[in-house]
Write a new protein. Structure first.
Length: 254
């Protein structure tokens, strides 16, 4: 079985549509959504409704910090993120808001753990940006493979038999989409890139494919019409400075 792993959609309809189309073209029908369906982008309601449909069809869906902020207010967010959440909230139906609030912080399936930020205290929204951060997740869970998002930059870490954590350089594999074997002699933590707001220098939507039979992960990039998403932001009634900053991030992939 192959899983399409997607995270950090952030209200970006064009990016999500492109990724789902790419997955369908590869005959992948099983999905995992690792949170942050809303925030930043101009189409929060459409994205929530689409992911709700995926969940109804059997997808695993995890709550991210932006999803939680719809109900909780996002008090700890930076001003740009909080402004986007405050703009998104009234554009969601009560049913959509309630659904986001009930999503789990983690889900375990056999030897795999899915979470948005970190396996270590998932509700504290810790960024996994180093081997030290990954070590905390490995120590907090006995899962052999952990998948998370939140950082918006793809990364891959492993923990060997004596507990040493290794940071794997995957830029070439991300660019090529080549599969990486998750060797059974190690435990693994994969950080997905962002579908709706990549921050690694490329505007293309980032996601991944996990082949459960082969135990391989392929980091994918899918081009989409980010200029259209940017025009929607600039044409919205978000504060002009916020809308412009968010539009530029899509163009720059930062």
């Amino acid at each position: 079985m192959r899983l399409a792993l997607i995270s950090d959609i952030h209200g970006n309809r064009e990016a999500l549509e492109a990724v789902l189309s790419d997955a369908a073209a590869r005959q992948i029908s099983h999905f995992v959504v690792l949170g942050d369906i809303v925030g930043y982008g101009p189409d929060p309601a459409w994205c929530v409704e689409r992911v709700m449909a995926l969940a109804k069809a059997g997808a695993v869906v995890i709550r991210g910090n932006h999803d939680a902020a719809i109900a909780e207010g996002g008090r700890d967010m930076n001003p740009q993120a909080r402004a986007a959440i405050d703009w998104s909230r009234p554009r969601l139906t009560q049913t959509q808001r309630d659904w986001l609030a009930t999503l789990p912080l983690t889900q375990r399936e056999g030897e795999i753990l899915f979470t948005h930020a970190s396996a270590h205290s998932p509700g504290d929204w810790i960024y996994v940006t180093s081997g030290r951060d990954a070590m905390a997740s490995f120590r907090s869970s006995d899962a052999r493979v952990i998948f998370c998002g939140h950082v918006h930059i793809p990364a891959l870490y492993s923990c060997d038999l004596v507990g040493r954590v290794h940071d794997h350089q995957i830029a070439a594999q991300v660019a090529s989409g080549n599969a990486l074997p998750l060797l059974p002699s190690r435990r693994w933590l994969a950080v997905l890139g962002a579908v709706g707001q990549p921050r690694d220098g490329s505007p293309a939507a980032a996601w991944a494919i996990f082949d459960r039979d082969r135990q391989e992960i392929s980091f994918r990039r899918t081009a989409y019409d980010h200029a259209l998403t940017a025009r929607k932001l600039r044409g919205s009634d978000l504060a002009p400075a916020i809308a412009e900053a968010l539009a530029e991030r899509l163009r720059e992939g930062q």
